[in-house]
Structure formats: C-alpha cells, structure tokens
Ligand binder design. Structure first.
Ligand code: R2B
Ligand code: URA
Length: 300
C-alpha cells in the first residue's frame, strides 16, 4: 500500500500548487476531501460521468441520493464528481485534454494521500475486426505508427514512454466482461490525435489517401495486435505506467472499421456495457455490498 509519488522536483518549491483546470489547490484540506479515493473513472463526456457517479451511488452508497450529485470544483473544462471512495471525471476528447486532467488530478491525489487509487478509462472506439458492441479491454496502447509507446515533444526534444496497462486491473475486467456475457476482447488499443484523417477514415472533410491505403493500414494495425481505435489510451497508458499507477482502458466499439467509417444509430446500449463491467469490478476493489441491480440497456 502506498500513496502516489510525484517525481517532479520542482513542485516542492511551490508554496501553493494550483490545479487550475480543476479549481482546487494544494492549500485546501485535500486529505479530507480526497484522501479516501480508491477508484477514479474517466470518460469523455460530462453527462456520462454524471450518470456513472449516480450509478456508483445507487450501487455502493445508499446514503447518497443520486439526484443530488453535482460536479465539484471548476466546471468550464472538466466535470468531476465524488461519490464515496470514487471519483468520476470527464476528460473531453483527445490526449492533450486528458493529459491536463491526468497531471492535475494525480498531483491532487498525491497531496491528498489517496492510497493506491486505480484509474480506469471507460470509452467508445472503432473496432477493426470485431462486431460493434464489443467491449475491448486494453493491455497496451499503440500510437498511430503502430509502436507501443507515446511520443511527445518536451523542452524541444522528443520524449518516448512505453504505453502499458496493469494486468492486475485489465485481467479481471476482461474476465468480468466475459462473465457478463458481452462480446469481449483483450489486446491493443490504438490512439490517434483525431477522429477522421488520423483514424484513416474516408468521410472527413479532407482525405488525401485512397480506400486501399486505408484498408492496408487497418489490416497492418490488426496484424500488429490492435483491436480498436480511439483518442486517449496511448497517453493514458504511458502516463500511468511512468508513475506506477494501476490503470486500464475499456472501450466499447461503435463500428467495425473494415466495414465502414460512419457511427450511426442508437449506441446507448453498448455504452452501458463497460459501465456494468466497472461496477462489478468495483465490488471487489471497494469491498462494499452492492445495493442495485443495474443492467445495461437492451440492444435494439
Ligand atoms: C472516443 O470517442 C471520442 C471521439 O468520438 C474520443 O474521445 C474517443 O477516444
Ligand atoms: N471513437 C473514436 O475515436 N473512433 C471511433 O471510430 C468511434 C469512437
């Protein structure tokens, strides 16, 4: 058991560290506010993170009325909710946005002395060769050159960090997903910095490659071990691995990219699946009795 260790030596010289985008700072009584956090659930959208907070309240914290749950802190960028030992927080779209959230929330939880918090991203994705509605649990993140590292530029130099998730989190998630009867896969999740050209779609406003180029790349990605494609996992895996934070990404697929690019129809039933898996996983992690009977919406 340990708290998060922040390796940045410069933080110690700050009298107060302001977590600007979250609206909290290190001068607040963070141990009282966040010292009990055991699980942090991330996902793109504000309303989904509110719904997940409400579902966690109904499942594990019957003393909390789900209708009273509101975002805490600054809400212009991210929506953060705290229910019992759980934080849910939206990260919006893409690695740059998520990176800001990860730096600030992690420093905050370190000061709060939260013990071994587990980070899980629940999201959506495009599957390469799996049926829409498949729950994909990531073992590692791929960049869009098909390497398993995240590359970025810091102080004018390229930095590269391996992107890996934690077997002690992704293995149980995959097992639970199968036990709940969802089409499930465990493997690589590729991350791109945009939804259209970056993911080799043919339906963006600009497309300078051919359909053959797209198909060749998707097949090559599949052969390299990529199961699905989204926009956050590579950074997430690299950040958490670097700081020794237990983490996993679990994304449902909304489209089979070998068949097409457009995301159409009612995807709500699918989006509930990773949530159902996370709730079940949390039973063990939190060690709390379940009070709900949450079932994902039926497929139409
Ligand atoms: C999945 O869905 C979003 C794009 O529609 C993006 O945040 C992602 O990773
Ligand atoms: N999110 C993505 O980033 N890509 C998809 O294809 C679907 C959802």
């Amino acid at each position: 058991m340990s708290t998060i260790q922040i390796p940045n030596p410069h933080i110690a010289s700050l009298k107060i560290d302001h977590y600007y985008h979250l609206g909290f700072n290190s001068g607040m009584d963070l141990p009282k506010m966040f010292g009990d956090v055991k699980l942090v659930i991330f996902g793109g959208a504000n309303d989904r993170m509110k719904k997940i907070a409400q579902l966690f309240a109904a499942a594990f914290y019957p003393e909390v009325d789900p209708n009273t749950i509101e975002p805490i802190g600054e809400t212009s960028r991210f929506h953060m909710f705290k229910v019992g030992n759980v934080i849910t927080c939206s990260h919006q779209m893409g690695q740059p946005s998520f990176s800001i959230l990860l730096h600030e929330i992690t420093k905050m939880l370190a000061v709060a002395k939260a013990v071994d918090p587990v980070y899980i991203r629940l999201g959506t994705s495009g599957g390469i060769d799996v049926e829409p509605g498949t729950v994909v649990v990531a073992s590692k993140g791929f960049n869009n050159l098909l390497g398993t590292s995240h590359q970025f530029i810091a102080a004018g130099k390229i930095v590269e960090r391996p992107s890996q998730f934690s077997p002690e989190v992704y293995e149980p998630l995959y097992k639970i997903s199968q036990e709940l009867g969802f089409k499930s896969a465990l493997g690589g999740t590729m991350c791109c910095d945009d939804f259209y050209e970056g993911q080799s779609r043919l339906d963006g406003a600009i497309c300078d490659y051919s359909e053959e180029d797209k198909m060749e790349f998707l097949k090559r990605a599949h052969e390299a071990g990529v199961v699905n494609i989204e926009m956050e996992s590579c950074y997430f895996g690299a950040f958490c691995h670097h700081l020794n934070i237990k983490a996993a990404t679990m994304c449902v697929t909304l489209v089979r990219r070998l068949d097409g690019d457009q995301v159409v129809g009612n995807t709500h039933a699918w989006v509930d699946r990773p949530i159902a898996v996370a709730l079940k996983y949390a039973e063990g992690l939190l060690g709390l009795k379940r009070h709900d009977d949450f079932k994902p919406a039926e497929e139409h």
